[in-house]
Design a protein around this ligand. Structure first.
Ligand SMILES: C[S@@+](CC[C@H](N)C(=O)[O-])C[C@H]1O[C@@H](n2cnc3c(N)ncnc32)[C@H](O)[C@@H]1O
Length: 208
């Protein structure tokens, strides 16, 4: 019952943030409390194939990023995948919920620990300079498009993945992702599917 309500609230908040990001402060506290509450059990729910759509989208990227941001990292699974895939990269995992960040730190595998760090941050207003990241990943995460565009470096890429495709509580349809990204100058939009999951990538044009 509580789980079902939580999923409905996550979908409602996602739709609201995409349409009216300025209303986010109304949902922030409850969203943070919801994810803090489920943080200790979150990792048990994540199967490895939850990130198959992310992996499929990453396969399409030609360049190896040096600076990677995993936004809404939760317990850090996508951040670990990114760190393993890009052995030369520094990876930051950021999340609104301090208890998720604590779990991510606790679960960090020793072989990537020197290159992955986790921080509490709100994706609406990130504590990173413009163009800080060559790759920004959002796995099952609410997108704040203006901040996303700001922290992505020219020539960098963004990747969105949804473990359960349209059934994922936090889900944004590809046509909406594409339109919001193109408004902000992104191009080369491409879609992927893996099992029930879906993903999309887009590229921020490089400097002329
Ligand atoms: C559905 S979980 C996904 C976690 C992880 N990416 C995964 O796929 O296992 C969404 C995560 O986004 C975080 N989140 C929600 N709104 C956020 C925001 N504005 N800024 C940063 N993190 C946020 C939540 O705390 C939660 O950990």
């Amino acid at each position: 019952m509580l789980e079902d309500l939580g999923r409905k609230f996550a979908r409602f908040t996602t739709n609201q943030v995409v349409r009216r990001p300025r209303l986010w402060p109304l949902s922030r506290r409850l969203t943070r409390a919801q994810f803090n509450r489920i943080a200790p059990a979150w990792d048990e729910r994540r199967s490895d194939d939850a990130f198959a759509p992310l992996a499929a989208a990453l396969d399409s990227l030609a360049a190896e990023p040096a600076r990677v941001l995993d936004l809404g990292t939760g317990t850090g699974r996508a951040a670990f995948l990114l760190a393993r895939r890009y052995p030369g990269a520094e990876v930051v995992g950021a999340d609104l919920a301090a208890d998720m960040v604590a779990e991510a730190k606790r679960l960090t595998p020793p072989e990537v620990a020197g290159r992955v760090r986790f921080e509490v941050a709100d994706a609406e207003k990130l504590p990173y300079a413009d163009g800080s990241f060559d790759l920004v990943s959002l796995a099952n995460m609410i997108p704040f498009f203006d901040e996303l565009a700001r922290v992505t470096a020219p020539g960098g890429a963004v990747v969105f993945s949804f473990s359960g495709g349209p059934q994922t509580p936090i889900y944004v349809p590809p046509e909406v992702l594409r339109s919001e990204l193109e408004k902000r100058g992104f191009s080369d939009f491409a879609e992927f599917a893996a099992g029930p999951g879906t993903a999309a990538v887009a590229r921020k044009p490089g400097e002329a």
